[in-house]
Design a protein around this ligand. Sequence first.
Ligand code: PLP
Length: 425
Amino acid sequence: MHHFYRKNGSLFCEDVSLSALAEKYGTPLYVYSARTLREHYQRLDSALATLDPMLCFAMKSNSNLSVLRTLARAGAGFDIVSGGELFRVLKAGGKAARCVFAGVGKTDDEIAFALREGIFAFHVESWPELEQINRIALRLKKVAPVAARVNPNVDADTHHKITTGTYENKFGIPFEDIPAFYDKASRLAGIQLRGVQMHIGSQIISVKPFRDAAKKMLPLALTLKARHGIEYFGMGGGLGIVYDPALESGTAAWWKKQKNPPLTPETYAAAIVPVLQPLGLKIVLEPGRFISGNAGVLLASVVNVKKTAHKNFIIVDAAMNDLIRPAFYESYHQIEPLTVRRGKLIGSDVVGPICESGDTFCKERPLPPLSAGDRVAFLSAGAYGFTMSSNYNSRPRTAEILVDGKKIIVARKRETLDDLIRGER
Ligand SMILES: *Cc1c(COP(=O)(O)O)cnc(C)c1O
């Protein structure tokens, strides 16, 4: 659920009209709902309360400082994948001690930074990486807390570009190799074996892959607990959200109507708590999209409408450099006019101005008639939206707004033309 809804035909985020925001701050514009972020965090945290959970927000999905600060205040830790992300956590007032560090290619500098700041654990993806961390820890006279990322070889049943838990993927250490990995690792003086972890993919919309993976990991985790005294089990992230119909999914009535409700904190908890409770370990989760996805929208203005004998192209001022998910993952974003437009629906291609055919948000989507100057919202754009944006075609990146009740926070200023060439000569 989320706090984007229509009132008298106009789209709102919490108590603020999106048209008013577009008017004042221009488009394209990202808008996030603080209340939605907090509620997603809190609902998941309470659903898992019996497991002693630590929720580490996967901040690669949305790393704006105001978003991080909102979640840090709610109690969240962070799943980081670079030194830059750790820097952001510290700037936002988050605690390094509640950060886990993932990724197959951590550099020496990033490892040293994380060790000095005292992160909760490194999620290690290979033996060479473990030796690298050990070497740096010894040099800094520290002991590095680590958990191996296990590749459990289960299919997450999601888009191939976001499947991570099979042996086809670059991620993790094969399941079968883990006991020997821990025995060998326990002899390294710079390493503390703190936990064991997995992450099988993203936008997983049924509980089955999670339950299957947890069941497969359970005996392994028990062995590691007995042999090496590990303290936690990491379930990863990957909880999927509703992209269609995103607007209706903001309402309690819609959820009540669903015969097979999409993944909720409660259905997720019901599937994994019984499996994980016997472990008696702390449970670390790394949800990204589940927290931020439906907490954000991207606003755009229609620049032109181009009708041909074959097509109705709606050309907007947002493009694939602002929101790359449709081009990259063929993903769906519901598109809603900011104020209701009446008239017969027309199969429309909504496209950006960039010189790539891939710069297409949707094809043949039935949309009401739109004309130049009209404004639309791409819903569910709070995850992997702004964070994946670029300056391609020398387009300044958008501003970001965080709404909290009636309060409007300019979470990031729109880039200027001078920003585009900063640092260049
Ligand atoms: C990307 C990622 C996540 C978050 O994935 P979501 O689908 O956004 O929940 C969590 N853990 C790791 C290791 C990741 O790479």
